[in-house]
Every structure is written in C-alpha cells, then in structure tokens.
Design a protein around this ligand. Structure first.
Ligand code: GTP
Ligand code: GTP
Length: 435
C-alpha cells in the first residue's frame, strides 16, 4: 500500500548523498510548497509522477568501520519491516569489504525487492570494478550509480518506482482510517483497548514476512471508522526502546496508511524532541492530526495547568498551530470520546472541498485589502484561486509573477483560509501558479 524505499549499507558508502539527491529532486519540484522541512533520515521524493518515501537507515549507526553486528541487524530489520523496496549500497571506490558481506548475509533471503547499488561510479571505467559485488550473492540487478554526480540514478529510480503505485492509493470512498501514534510507553495500546473495550490478542509476526497494517473496524456510538492496528509496531518497538530513531521510523508506515493520526504525548514528560519528530512526520505526509495529552490523571492541576500546557505545545509545533489538543487518560477513559470526535472532525475537514465561487469571493477580498508587497517595482496580481483535486487540501493561486510571492505572504493566505473555513488539524499547501 505504501511506497517506501530504504537505503542500507555500511557507513560511508554514500547513503546520505543518495538520500539527499532523491529528496533534493523533489525539493526542486515542490519548492513552492509552504514550510518544506527536511530531516536527516526521512523524506519524500517523486519520480515519474509517483510519490514515495525514502528512509536512510544510516547515520544512526556509529560512524566508524567497527560497527557491531547488532547494529547491522537493527538497520536491516528496520528496512525489512518498514520498506517496500530496499537498496543495498556498496562502494566501488573501496571495493568489497567484510562489513558488506555481513549485510549481505542478512539481506540474502528476504522476500522483498532488493537492489544492489554500487555507488561512486563517477566514471564509466568504474563499472568494471563493480562486477566484484556479484560475489555478495544478492539475487538482484546491479545498479552502478554516482550519488555525487547523478550517473545511473534515473535508471535506478525507474526500477524502484516500478514497484509503486501512482498517488499512493488514498481512495476517498473508504472509511476514515485512524492511527494512534506516539513514542514507546505513552499509552497507545491502553488507548486502543479503552476505545475498543477489550484486551486483544497480539499476533506474533515473523521477521522477514511482509507486514501490512491491520485495520480494526470500529462501529459504535454512531461512529464508523477503521483503526489502524499498531500492535505489531508496538511489539517490535520494545526491542529497540533505547533507540529514538528507530521508534520514530517505525511510525512511518502507520502514518502513511492513515487519514488522521492521534498523536499521544505523555503528560508527565511533555512534548519532547521525539514527539515533535513524529508530529513533523505526520505534517510532512499531510495527514490530519489531533494531539492527545495522555496520562492526564497523573498531573497535579490548578486552573492554569491546561492553558500553560497548550501554549507550550503550540509554540513547539509552530507554524502549524491549528491543531486540537485534548487532555486524556486511557486509564480513567477521560475525554476519549471527545478525542475520537475531534479526530473524525479532522477527517471531515481534510476531505472537504470548498466551493470555488465562495473561495474566490473571500480570498480575493482579503488579497485586495492586503496585497502582496511589490518586488523590484512590480506588483503581483493574484487573479483567482482554486482548490486542487488532491487528497490533502491544497490551493493554487494564479497570478502574473508567482516567483515573487514570499513564504510570509503564503502564510497569510493560509491563515485567511483557516479563518474562514475549518481546517483544524489539517496541513494545507499553498501553490502560486503562473497565469
Ligand atoms: N566520488 C564519490 N564520492 C561519493 C559519492 N557518493 C558519496 N560520496 C562521498 O562518500 C562519503 C560518504 O558519503 P555519505 O553519503 O555521508 O555516506 P553514508 O553512507 O551516508 O555514511 P553514514 O552516514 O556514515 O552511514 C562522502 O565524503 C561523500 O562525499 C559518489 O557517488 N562518488
Ligand atoms: N496513569 C496512567 N497510566 C497510563 C495511561 N495510559 C497508559 N498508562 C500506563 O502506561 C504504560 C504504557 O502503556 P501502553 O499502553 O503499553 O503504552 P504503549 O504506547 O502502547 O507502549 P509501547 O508498546 O511501548 O509502544 C502502562 O503501564 C499503562 O498502564 C493513563 O492514561 N494514565
């Protein structure tokens, strides 16, 4: 269902260079997107109209050649579990090493598409050197590329994206898909159990088998939706509890498979860096979000506690502040239904299609009252606006000089939209187009 590619390989083979190239190519395409943020390990890319996610599993592993087998294991396991296509990268400059062999041993028998990528083929002579990598016994085509200058990457991308579907299958005729995400121990399973009202058996899964997200149909209190079951994620997360990066990466698929995420924060800890990482994952995937401050029963409260808490969180998630924050307890079931209702409202917000006439009436007036600033003596004239037929809300503003419209002005337009229509919990994209 999802389109996820993971890059694995020993340190220094050039994983992040390829990662940056893949993400960079998207950045060039969508540089008009408001608030593009980047991440060392996770990003979105696009090739031939297919959007996909890239995970660089490196960078976390200590940056020396003497890394432990255990680390390799974790990296490979992560790729196997989370990715749909795996790129195993080696370095033609250095040639075949023992560490490559260790990786190969783990990767040899997995049941997912895997491609051997010989990097640093900066000149065509190096292609001949690369043939030694066939000795790794990886049953795949060998791709010779140069992450640095881009040689061979087009062919590789053609191959990778042949496994992916266009427009990663968000159909609109399905029930809302809700996922509960958050770091280890925040109370995800307790919340699911409190909502579903029974302890469920957790199916043990075997590493190396494909794991698609499981959905539980929830049909109660007049609500009907699918809860993406993160039981599998939860179980495995325990193994790597110590490792921040892995537990964030483990949320990737669950987030991609959903429409709206309930992001759980531990009230006793507040919103920390890792929580924020997950928040940004959701935002970058343009999914809806509601923030639940769980374990609220453990907090000593006075009349200002919630306000302060909320304020602090909104500062952290800025500029995307228009998000519901709900104080819950899986233990006492406090406000769980409220949280559910907010989540389903976000789904509604995210799927609404604004009427073009009304959109133009409101926005053109706002623009007239506060036009984009002149640039080099020229004035930018915005003529009309439409909502694009995308899953996540995006708006195109047609004007004479799109390149002159700055981020701050796009922010103004976004805020105006939010003031006039309810897009709470929903990331919005603003595009300026030439007309
Ligand atoms: N000549 C050449 N050098 C490259 C190429 N790709 C990457 N490099 C260089 O190889 C070195 C390592 O690249 P990284 O992308 O940091 O490697 P990595 O695999 O992400 O390393 P870790 O972060 O340690 O896992 C850097 O000095 C890069 O400039 C390439 O195609 N050709
Ligand atoms: N006081 C209190 N404890 C809670 C609440 N929610 C969960 N807990 C406790 O927090 C611990 C972790 O809860 P889980 O539901 O297993 O958390 P999880 O997010 O699924 O954890 P992982 O499986 O590690 O990802 C358990 O001991 C729960 O009993 C709550 O609202 N209040």
């Amino acid at each position: 269902m999802s389109n996820i590619v993971a890059i694995v390989g020993r340190p220094n083979v050039g994983k992040s260079t390829l990662f940056n190239r893949l993400i960079g190519s998207r950045k060039a395409i969508v540089n008009e997107e408001s608030g593009v943020t980047r991440d060392r390990n996770y990003g979105k890319s696009e090739w031939n109209g297919k959007e996909f996610s890239v995970i660089d599993t490196g960078g976390y592993v200590s940056n020396s050649d003497d890394i432990f087998e255990e680390e390799i294991n974790k990296q490979v396991l992560l790729a196997i579990e989370e990715a749909d296509v795996i790129l195993f990268m080696v370095d033609t400059e250095i040639g075949l090493t023992d560490l490559d062999q260790n990786f190969a041993k783990l990767l040899r028998n997995i049941q997912k598409p895997i491609y051997l990528v010989a990097n640093k083929v900066d000149t065509s002579e190096r292609i001949y050197d690369a043939s030694e990598f066939y000795r790794l016994g990886i049953n795949s085509d060998l791709f010779c590329i140069s992450s640095a200058n881009g040689f061979g990457t087009g062919e590789l991308l053609d191959k990778i994206t042949s496994h992916f579907q266009t427009d990663s299958v968000e159909s609109t005729d399905h029930l809302p898909r809700i996922t509960i995400v958050g770091r280890p121990n925040v109370g995800k399973s307790s919340t699911i159990n409190a909502l579903i009202g029974e302890e469920r058996n957790i199916v043990t899964e075997i590493a190396g088998t494909t794991r698609d997200s499981l959905y539980t149909r929830y049909n109660r209190f007049g609500h009907d939706f699918l809860l993406v079951d993160t039981a599998g994620l939860r179980k495995k997360a325990k193994v790597n509890e110590d490792v921040e990066f892995y537990s964030v990466m483990r949320s990737v698929r669950a987030i991609e498979d959903s429409d709206v995420c309930m992001l759980l924060i531990d009230a006793t800890r507040g919103m920390e860096a890792q929580d924020l990482n997950i928040f940004h994952l959701i935002e970058r995937n343009r999914k809806g979000v509601v923030i639940l401050i769980n374990k609220w029963d453990l907090i000593e409260k006075d009349n200002k506690t919630t306000l302060l808490f909320e304020k602090e969180i909104r500062e952290k998630i800025a500029p995307f502040r228009d998000v519901d924050i709900i104080f819950t307890s899986a233990l006492t079931k406090q406000r769980l239904l409220k949280a559910l209702e907010a989540t389903l409202k976000v789904y509604e917000n995210r799927t609404q299609k604004l009427k073009t006439s009304e959109l133009n009436r409101v926005m053109l007036e706002a623009i007239e009252n506060y036009p984009p600033p002149m640039v080099k003596g020229k004035s930018v004239k915005i003529k009309y606006v439409t909502q694009l037929p995308t899953h996540a809300p995006s708006f195109a503003f047609y004007c004479n000089l799109p390149q002159y419209v700055k981020e701050t002005y796009k922010r103004f337009l976004e805020n105006k939209i939010r003031e006039n229509w309810d897009f709470t919990g929903v990331p919005i994209q603003i595009f300026m187009r030439k007309k």
